[in-house]
Design a protein around this ligand. Structure first.
Ligand code: G3H
Ligand code: 13P
Ligand code: ZN
Length: 332
């Protein structure tokens, strides 16, 4: 049993309180490997931003939970070495069972998500409450994120054909019964790099897909029901068209890519949305740079010369998000 405090990590409690009152959102960046973790920490130290390092169950399978735990400890020490101690949360993304959440909590995670959004309402309440009871009774309080509503999109372990918007009428009951610390809601975002079908979008003069706007009316209704309660947005990559074009220029094929426009995320971050989840944009940035190097330098075979430039690009992307989209820069 390792407590997150031994690793130098913090939970989300105070960070969310400050983010809601300060009108910004914390970045929740997924990581699976060393280069992603280094880029996240470099960017967040440089911009003085608190950060949530997210681990999916797929990441856990890929990288091994003990390695990830020690990478989180390393992230704390790395930030210190870079000259600024930013608050770092280690969070389980889309936990799908009590056992997985318990295991993460006992391995040193400071925050977990229990995603019961695919269950019936009553089953979601029961599972989420069970995880909260366990997490909150630890010597060092572990924070829990629950979810109401279903996002569309396909990831390794998260998949749904259609989205179901969160019903504002349910949120008071859900938060009251489960005692979650934050709530992920569905207002039109979705996972992955193709967030909408082309027929749901319009096109600009260059033929670029323009997505339908997020349902800010639902967000406002939710905020009226539970004022100041921390809200989370999943599926919030913007899918920068420059990366899509770069990937396609160097041999990739990413038909019908479309994300959430940055202005809409900025608007959401100014509300009670205090955590914004971003994974796909990092994947796109890394893939774009890796493809570019491999094509432009066919004799290169040192992984450091391939992954290094990808890491530099990732850092640039995360700094931009903290400064210009989430508003978390300067808040650590
Ligand atoms: O929302 C899911 C995250 O993007 C993690 O994806 O399950 O493929 O690691 P993954
Ligand atoms: P994206 O696929 O939009 O990056 O969403 C990531 C996410 O929600 C992780 O939980
Ligand atoms: Zn998600």
């Amino acid at each position: 049993m390792t407590s997150y405090k031994e690793l130098g990590l913090v939970n989300t409690k105070e960070l969310f309180k400050k983010a809601v009152s300060g009108g910004y959102a914390l970045p929740a960046y997924n990581f699976n490997n060393m280069e992603q973790m280094q880029a996240i920490i470099m960017a967040c130290v440089e911009t003085k931003s608190p950060v949530i390092l997210q681990v999916s169950s797929g990441a856990r399978k890929y990288a091994n939970q003990n390695i990830l735990k020690n990478m989180a400890r390393g992230a704390v020490e790395y930030a210190h070495e870079l000259g600024y101690d930013i608050p770092i949360v280690l969070h389980l993304d889309h936990g799908d069972s009590f056992e997985l959440c318990k295991d993460c909590i006992e391995t040193g995670f400071s925050s977990v998500m229990i995603d019961g959004s695919h269950l019936s309402y009553d089953e979601n309440v029961a599972l989420t409450k069970k995880v909260c009871d366990f997490a909150h009774s630890q010597k060092d309080y572990v924070t829990v994120e629950g979810e109401l509503g279903v996002l569309a999109g396909v990831e390794d372990d998260v998949s749904s054909e259609h989205s179901h918007y969160t019903q504002p009428a349910e949120v008071i009951d859900f938060v009251g019964k489960t005692k979650v610390d934050s709530l992920a809601i569905s207002i039109g975002t979705s996972h992955g790099r193709a967030k909408f079908k082309p027929e749901q979008c319009t096109r600009d003069a260059n033929g670029i897909l323009i997505p339908p706007p997020l349902r800010f009316d639902i967000l406002e209704e939710v905020e009226k029901k539970i004022p100041g309660f921390p809200i989370v947005l999943h599926g919030s990559s913007s899918v920068p068209i420059e990366y899509v074009h770069m990937i396609e220029k160097y041999g990739g094929k990413l038909t019908d890519s479309v994300g959430i426009p940055e202005e809409q995320l900025r608007k959401a971050a100014k509300s009670a949305v205090c955590k914004i989840n971003i994974d796909s944009d990092g994947r796109l940035a890394m893939t774009a740079l890796i493809r570019k190097i491999l094509i432009e330098k066919p004799d290169e075979f040192d992984p450091r010369k391939i992954l290094g430039p990808a890491r530099d690009e990732l850092k640039k992307l995360y700094s931009h998000k903290n400064k210009n989209v989430l508003g978390s820069a300067g808040q650590a």
